[in-house]
Design a protein. Structure first.
Length: 424
């Protein structure tokens, strides 16, 4: 079944959402003309800043209390691992309750958890439990927000809106951690957590006042967890949706192997912390540039045409690490990998067309949960293997194996594409 993006009838939406025919020739400026998107975008910027500040502050706090690199690394690992559990067991919330209520509640719960973390008397074990709780809230929030964008904006405006959200997420890797580290020069880790509380509360306020109160997509059903698990199974049994989910999941799992091996690679190259940071920043920088340029210069049809070729080639620069490149070449290769990320703009259109509207929130939650979980797995495996073999070989192996895996997924995407129904 194919569902087209829709928004509730009413004069407000008619005034704020351009017609899909216009959006085919529009750029990012037209996206910001949608009042509700402006509120969602501002809230996203705040919540991303809050998440980065919280992660950096907690990592520094744990290291200062314990001196343990392992426990400090666990802070970052817990940002990935709970996604799978939450995305499968709680995804039904995204469709069963009004989206605005879910988004605001997620922000308030996150702010509450951070408040408890900021209390000096909170024990170390409780810090990990609270951080795990925030990580479980995150896929529900991102899935509900992604589904809401399809309600608010139609046609290419939805794709461009999703692109802007991803640009902010990628930019946070380049800018956010630097700002977080800089803030901790003047602030204690627990004081910095109060900044995070303010960002989550501000995000909740923006979403509450800046978005319409749309009804839930489905009425009350059976037990929440059972229904969520059943929905995940239903989505994965549908060949077209399963192929697109794998196309979302597989490439990032191999991309992050390079990040997991970044520290030993920079050390082996004698590049120090500056080289390490430059290596890590290269791929997100390329991703932001590719998203912005592709969205600005190409129309929807052209983005659809380049999606599969770009995805097929996306991991080949990592395979080129077989030559054991010096750091400048390695940075260029990672930048090139990021520049291939424009394939996601075509996938946004295909996925929202393939998923039934009443399952949109659950599908988006599952999509995000799979990406984050497999990224965490890929980073951990890459880092572990890099302790045993040369890091350039680890990155090369990820590029070769990843390319083989992506080509297999793309065959399924092409096969199911023939039967996909175009939106009306």
């Amino acid at each position: 079944m194919v569902a087209t993006p829709s928004s509730p009838a009413g004069s407000d939406d008619a005034l704020t959402t351009p017609r899909s025919g216009e959006s085919a020739r529009a750029g990012y400026g037209a996206v910001f003309s949608v009042q509700e998107f402006r509120a969602i975008f501002a809230a996203h910027v705040l919540s991303m800043l809050g998440s980065v500040f919280a992660e950096v502050s907690l990592a520094v706090l744990v290291f200062r209390q314990t001196g343990s690199a392992l426990l400090t690394a666990l802070v970052f690992a817990l940002g990935f691992l709970p996604y799978a559990l939450s995305g499968v067991l709680l995804s039904g919330i995204a469709d069963r309750y009004p989206p605005r209520r879910v988004l605001v509640a997620c922000d308030l719960l996150s702010a509450g958890c951070i408040t408890l973390m900021a209390i000096p008397a909170t024990p170390l074990a409780a810090l990990f439990v609270l951080w795990c709780a925030i990580s479980m809230i995150s896929p529900l929030f991102t899935g509900t927000r992604a589904a809401s964008l399809a309600d608010i904006m139609q046609g290419d405006l939805y794709v461009l809106g999703r692109s802007l959200v991803r640009i902010v997420s990628q930019s946070s890797q380049v800018i956010g951690f630097g700002l977080g580290g800089l803030a901790l020069v003047w602030l204690s880790p627990r004081t910095a957590l109060y900044v995070t509380i303010c960002t989550f509360l501000s995000s909740a306020l923006l979403l509450r006042l800046g978005t319409h109160d749309r009804p839930a997509r489905v009425s009350e059903g059976g037990p929440m967890m059972r229904e969520s698990i059943a929905s995940a199974g239903q989505l994965l049994r549908e060949p077209r949706i399963r192929a697109l989910l794998l196309m979302w999941w597989v490439p990032p799992m191999f991309f992050v192997v390079a990040e997991g091996a970044a520290a030993p690679f920079a050390d082996a190259a004698g590049a120090g912390s500056a080289g390490f940071g430059l290596f890590l920043a290269a791929m997100p920088t390329g991703t932001v540039a590719s998203e912005a340029l592709t969205a600005t210069l190409l129309g929807p049809a052209a983005r659809d045409r380049i999606a599969l070729p770009l995805a097929a080639a996306s991991l080949l620069p990592m395979a080129a690490f077989a030559i054991h490149p010096p750091l400048p070449v390695a940075v260029a290769l990672m930048l090139l990998t990021g520049l291939c990320a424009a394939y996601t703009l075509g996938m946004d259109t295909w996925f929202v067309q393939a998923v039934p509207e009443e399952m949109r929130g659950r599908a988006m939650s599952l999509l995000g949960a799979g990406i984050m979980t497999l990224q965490g797995l890929g980073m951990a495996v890459g880092g572990a293997i890099a302790a045993l073999v040369p890091p350039y070989a680890v990155i090369c192996g990820a590029g070769v194996l990843g390319t083989a895996g992506v080509l297999g997924v793309l065959r399924s995407v092409r096969r199911t594409q023939a039967g996909a129904v175009s939106p009306a």
